[in-house]
Design a protein around this ligand. Structure first.
Ligand code: NAI
Length: 248
């Protein structure tokens, strides 16, 4: 059993899907969890669920792409808990379309949330982690950031960027005992993928050796592992959780 007692974690995009599952699992392992999201309407329900199970939470509203909001949210977390041990950069969006027709605003929105957002949050987490001589930054990338995907140039570029950011930060922070890793999910059943038709899911599953889409819990388990003391010698790694659909 991996334990995170006395640890404080901040999860972005925690109101639903993978972020919600990650927050629940970190809390189950014993961490206090700061639930951060642009859309705060669902946070009270997530918070209530975690607290009913004995967890400790703080909900904060923030747009990960806005430096001032990010700074204020991290300050709220530090004011409440006095430390920050684990950052999970999970907030992400898609604005799909073929590159030839991609609107500049769709390119910018995806890069701003998925890549700039991860950088801005990591930037705020670095000082407390360095002070503590202990930290875990876990970035949610994507299988398509490793293998490419038609119709997602902005998203793929952002996730490949997240993998590069992970390696750069891992190198910068290793001497301070702060590890930085990425989890690269395959296709996971969440709101992001529910727009897919039954046929598309069937076709996708046929390309996945394990024969099914992943679940948010599959990703949460990998994140919890990377957050533990026991994972302390792993840094700059991209952990594929994709049912075998891409073996880098
Ligand atoms: P989702 O759409 O269900 O949840 C994303 C969450 O991020 C939402 O709560 C949303 O409000 C929040 N968010 C969006 N923009 C934000 C911003 N600017 N600031 C703060 N919060 C913001 O998505 P899902 O599926 O749970 O995805 C989570 C992460 O996993 C994303 O980074 C996504 O790219 C990644 N991923 C998902 C896969 C999938 O198949 N579902 C596959 C590979 C990666």
């Amino acid at each position: 059993m991996f334990l995170l007692n006395d640890r404080v974690a901040l999860v972005t995009g925690a109101s639903q899907g993978i972020g919600e599952a990650v927050a629940r699992s970190l809390a189950e392992a014993g961490a206090s969890v700061v639930l951060a999201d642009l859309n705060t309407s669902k946070l009270p329900a997530v918070q209530a669920g975690i607290e009913a199970a004995g967890g400790t939470t703080l909900a904060v509203g923030m747009d990960v792409g806005d430096p001032d909001q990010v700074k204020a949210a991290f300050q709220q977390a530090l004011d409440r808990f006095g430390r920050l041990d684990i950052l999970v950069n999970n907030a992400g969006i898609t604005r799909d379309g073929l590159a030839i027709r991609m609107k500049p605003e769709d390119w910018d929105a995806v890069l701003r949330t998925n890549l700039t957002g991860a950088h801005l949050c990591a930037q705020q987490a670095i000082s407390p982690m360095i002070r503590q001589r202990w930290g875990r930054i876990i970035n949610i990338a994507s299988v398509v950031g490793q293998m490419g995907n038609a119709g997602q140039a902005n998203y793929v570029a952002s996730k490949a960027g997240v993998i590069g950011l992970t390696k750069a930060l891992a190198t910068e922070l290793a001497s301070r005992n702060v590890t930085v890793n990425a989890v690269a999910p395959g296709f996971i059943a969440t709101a992001m993928t529910e727009k897919l038709s039954e046929k598309a899911v069937e076709q996708l599953s046929a390309r996945i050796p394990l024969g099914r889409l992943g679940t948010p819990a599959d990703i949460a388990a990998a994140v919890v592992f990377l957050a533990t003391e026991e994972a302390g010698y792993i840094t700059g790694h991209v952990l594929a959780v994709n049912g075998g659909m891409y073996m880098a």
